[in-house]
Ligand binder design. Structure first.
Ligand SMILES: NC(=O)c1ccc[n+]([C@@H]2O[C@H](COP(=O)([O-])OP(=O)(O)OC[C@H]3O[C@@H](n4cnc5c(N)ncnc54)[C@H](OP(=O)(O)O)[C@@H]3O)[C@@H](O)[C@H]2O)c1
Length: 399
């Protein structure tokens, strides 16, 4: 990449999440050469960040090409991505500009791979979707758990299960709009439903014969962990990212490697009640989202674009996910989390900010394409996130 005006540009800095990412970068000790971009100059200026302001609109490809040509990395929080994201990904692929975002929209991620992977391989652009709570803990957590397993046992685990369950935080308007948008697309298109139902939808060859990997649909007692498990709301997304990363890396954990994700609840009657409540709640939301009238009614009653959890909710928030890696009798527990911040916003702004800095400033292996956080940045991102206060460490199996 020839020298460009900026190391990175944050697109969408006026949004709820984008403003948190911009503030995170403004106080970072790395001091990148950076700028903010968006469609509304006045709103961008009032953020008072003291960095250059670039004007670009998600609907104006020429304005996005101009931004992509001036920077090494574009970090975008302009979502829902399925509504606003196509042209920027294409602009970055074309300009050989690295890119990171926060999407959790499976059907859109699938379309971006089909549209841009080959071009990005040719230009060297690393296009890295899902650099927040969705899906860095899953993707980098599995990668780091496997590194620890290999160091301990001399071979990779053949099975990793992620247990999400401990988290405190809330949802923003953009996140809710993205979920509703995906449900709307699914109800209108058989092709979208097919993509959402394919456990290997994001693999380089989504139709290849691979081990069965059904999504969890019921409550179970997990003997190895001594916990109840229930379906996890983001599993249908995160599992596909982990599987894509494994395929892109050339299946280093073996052709039969299996990854699953669940919500966990503690043992005892209270844990069982929690698991039942999660499952019933998810079922009720899925039921409502499939029905246009209920869906549109719900859309009016949830947080609207630009709004989200209070500062107090973000500051008091925290999260923890446990990864159980197994091969026969060899077992290893790996813990990933953040005690200082809610998952979706404070912690996510660290994860996305560090991803953007990593893509801009660190020496990274390999070439371009639609990559996952772990395949694009592996140990370099892990080091950064540990320095930012996130936990990635071996735990103790007690069950
Ligand atoms: N994966 C995760 O863990 C995670 C966590 C948090 C958020 N997210 C995702 O992040 C995205 C943003 O969420 P949010 O709640 O922060 O949304 P938001 O507050 O509604 O912000 C949306 C941003 O997009 C900008 N925008 C909208 N249309 C535009 C256009 N045509 N051209 C340029 N900019 C445009 C808005 O600019 P204006 O100010 O000019 O309107 C605003 O800056 C969502 O897709 C959400 O799902 C994901």
């Amino acid at each position: 990449m020839a020298r460009r005006d900026f190391d990175l540009v944050v697109f969408g800095a006026t949004g709820y999440t984008g403003s948190l990412v911009a503030k995170y970068l403004a106080s970072h000790t790395d001091r990148p050469r950076w700028a903010i971009a968006g469609r509304n100059a006045g709103k961008l200026e009032t953020l008072g960040l003291g960095v250059p302001v670039l004007i670009a609109d998600a609907t104006d490809r020429a304005s996005l090409d101009a931004v992509a040509a001036r920077t090494r990395v574009v970090c975008t929080t302009v979502g829902p991505y399925a509504k606003h994201g196509d042209a920027l990904v294409a602009a970055c692929a074309e300009a050989g500009t690295h890119y990171c975002d926060l999407t959790g929209e499976l059907q859109w991620h699938y379309r971006m791979i089909q549209a841009n992977h080959e071009r990005a391989q040719a230009t060297g652009a690393k296009l890295v979707h899902s650099c927040g709570y969705d899906s860095i803990p899953s993707d980098l957590g599995t990668w780091a758990a496997q590194q620890a397993f290999i160091a301990k046992y001399g071979h990779p685990a053949e099975r990793v299960t992620a247990y999400y369950g401990e988290a405190s935080g809330g949802l923003s308007g953009g996140t809710v709009a993205s979920g509703i948008g995906t449900a709307r697309e699914a109800s209108e298109s058989k092709e979208v439903r097919r993509v959402l139902g394919n456990p290997y939808a994001l693999d380089p060859d989504p139709e290849a014969v691979r081990p069965a990997a059904p999504d969890e649909s019921s409550i179970r007692w997990d003997k190895a962990m001594g916990m109840y498990t229930a379906p996890f709301v983001m599993a249908q997304y995160n599992t596909r990212i982990v599987r894509r990363g494994h395929a892109l890396a050339g299946f280093p954990w073996g052709p039969d490697f299996r990854y699953r994700e669940v919500m966990s609840a503690p043992k005892g009657p209270a844990g069982l009640v929690r698991a039942v409540a999660f499952t019933a709640g998810l079922g009720a939301i899925a039921f409502a989202l499939k029905r246009p009238a209920l869906r549109e009614m719900l859309a009016k009653r949830v947080p609207q674009p630009g709004s989200g959890p209070s500062e107090q909710q973000r500051e008091r928030g925290h999260w923890k996910a446990r990864f159980l890696a197994e091969r026969g009798d060899d077992k290893l527990l790996f813990v990933v989390g953040d005690k200082d911040g809610d998952p979706g916003y404070k912690s996510t702004s660290k994860m996305l900010g560090e991803s953007a800095l990593c893509l801009a400033l660190d020496e990274l292996p390999g070439g371009g394409g639609c990559l996952t956080p772990a395949t694009a940045m592996d140990g370099k991102l892990l080091d950064r996130l540990r320095r930012a206060g996130l936990t990635f460490e071996e735990g103790t199996l007690t069950a």
